[in-house]
Design a protein around this ligand. Structure first.
Ligand code: HEC
Ligand code: HEC
Length: 350
């Protein structure tokens, strides 16, 4: 098995030359398959002056090298890899690597660590694939995201973030999903012997008719505040007096504001959305009548029952029917008007 470090080293030779003329050839450095070329020589004070006088020569040399195919994209994967209990052929990983280089590398980085050249200043930060943790893949607790979930997320994109919806061909999509797993460190994530792929458990919506729907919203409102206690992190949407009358916990401070927290896993402040104001990221929506949004209640249900790995606990243990009621209630809050993307909360790193 090839560790990510070895993968980087495999194309190192071409990079050295290209880095020297990196000022003009930054883009060409990507022919080595890695976006974040380490521009160490540029910082080297005196060296820089000397090097600059050679830049033209080297530029021509590099072009000749390229023209002669000297920096061709050599395959990195020559053997199949076992990833999440499935053996993935080398040609699929190679195809995934090409798709990644073209579309994903700028943000997610050559090492998959989420620090590509375009990642600077993004909130939330692009995912660091080395951790093999995914917020929106319906994985409760420890476990690995399934291919289907990763494909769904990539196709849908994450609203209100720089992760756009990707209309990839089916084989490209499947290949890039396999490739991002290869960033797991030796023995960890998708390359661990013990972690298993977990597909979300979904039950069908018991509230099908319009009449049942309004009952679900009414029940969901109380469940949200009392039994599920979502307002521990998300806003409360009823008055303090109502919370007290229900015997629901009332948190200190302004209960109508969400509570942000810092996450080491995601290297970012997490902001639980205020469903009336903030876009949800993994919940599909379409334009409904009179300009309102129609959110996919099943996507909300998945987030509630399975949780968001490392960001929000799952509430499946409180019962599927009750969780559907809460999902309808959240939908009723979010559907009402057009929502804005959430803004990075003021939060200093611990
Ligand atoms: C312009 C920047 C950008 C590009 C390009 C990009 N992403 Fe992302 N991606 C992000 C950001 C930002 C997040 C994190 C969003 C969040 O945490 O809410 C993300 C998150 C993800 C996630 C994690 C979802 C989860 O549930 O945690 C996956 C998987 C992913 N991207 C795959 C891809 C793939 C595959 C490509 C290329 C086809 C790609 N991304 C291209 C910015 C980008
Ligand atoms: C411990 C804090 C916490 C609790 C309790 C909590 N959440 Fe969350 N929730 C979060 C955070 C943090 C996010 C934002 C994650 C992100 O996008 O980075 C979130 C996001 C969501 C999302 C949006 C998912 C998306 O695709 O963007 C939904 C829906 C949601 N929560 C519903 C609920 C409901 C309903 C409850 C109660 C059953 C609940 N949450 C309880 C912390 C919490």
């Amino acid at each position: 098995m090839m560790a990510p470090a070895q993968i980087s080293a495999a194309s190192g030779g071409c990079r050295t030359l290209l880095n020297i003329v990196s000022g003009k050839l930054g883009a060409l450095a990507e022919c080595a398959g890695l976006g974040r070329s380490k521009l160490s020589l540029r910082k080297g004070g005196d060296n820089l002056v000397v090097l600059e006088s050679f830049t033209k020569t080297l530029f021509v040399a590099a072009l000749l090298l390229l023209a002669s195919g000297g920096c061709s994209d050599k395959p990195v994967f020559t053997e199949p890899l076992a990833l999440g209990g499935v053996t993935v052929p080398a040609d699929v990983l190679e195809q995934g690597r090409r798709v990644y280089k073209k579309h994903c590398l700028n943000c997610h980085g050559g090492d998959g660590d989420g620090t590509g050249v375009s990642a600077y200043g993004q909130w939330p930060a692009p995912r660091d694939f080395r951790s093999a943790k995914f917020k929106f893949a319906g994985v409760a607790g420890a476990g690995l995201a399934s291919d289907e979930e990763l494909e769904r997320i990539i196709t849908l994109g994450l609203k209100g973030t720089y992760m756009r919806p990707w209309a990839l061909k089916t084989n490209e999509l499947q290949a890039v999903v396999q490739y991002i797993k290869t960033f797991s460190p030796e023995g960890g994530g998708y390359r661990s012997e013990s972690l298993r792929v977990k597909a979300p458990a979904m039950y069908s919506d018991p509230y099908a008719s319009a009449e049942q729907f309004s009952r679900a919203v009414a029940e969901g409102e109380e469940l949200y505040h009392v039994v599920f206690q979502c307002a521990a992190c998300h806003p409360a949407y009823v008055s303090r007096a109502q919370l007290e009358a229900w015997g629901a916990p009332v948190r200190a401070g302004d209960a109508s504001e969400p509570v942000a927290s810092w996450s080491n896993d995601y290297n970012a402040a997490l902001l639980p959305p205020d469903f009336r104001r903030h876009q949800m990221r993994s919940v599909a929506s379409s334009e409904g009548p009179r300009g309102i949004l129609d959110h996919d209640v099943a996507d909300i249900y998945r987030a509630i029952t399975m949780g968001l790995q490392g960001a929000m606990p799952g509430f499946g243990h409180l019962g599927a029917e009750r969780a559907w009621a809460v999902a309808h209630y959240v939908k009723s809050l979010a559907d009402v008007k057009h929502l804005e993307p959430s803004k990075e909360p003021e939060f200093s790193r611990p």
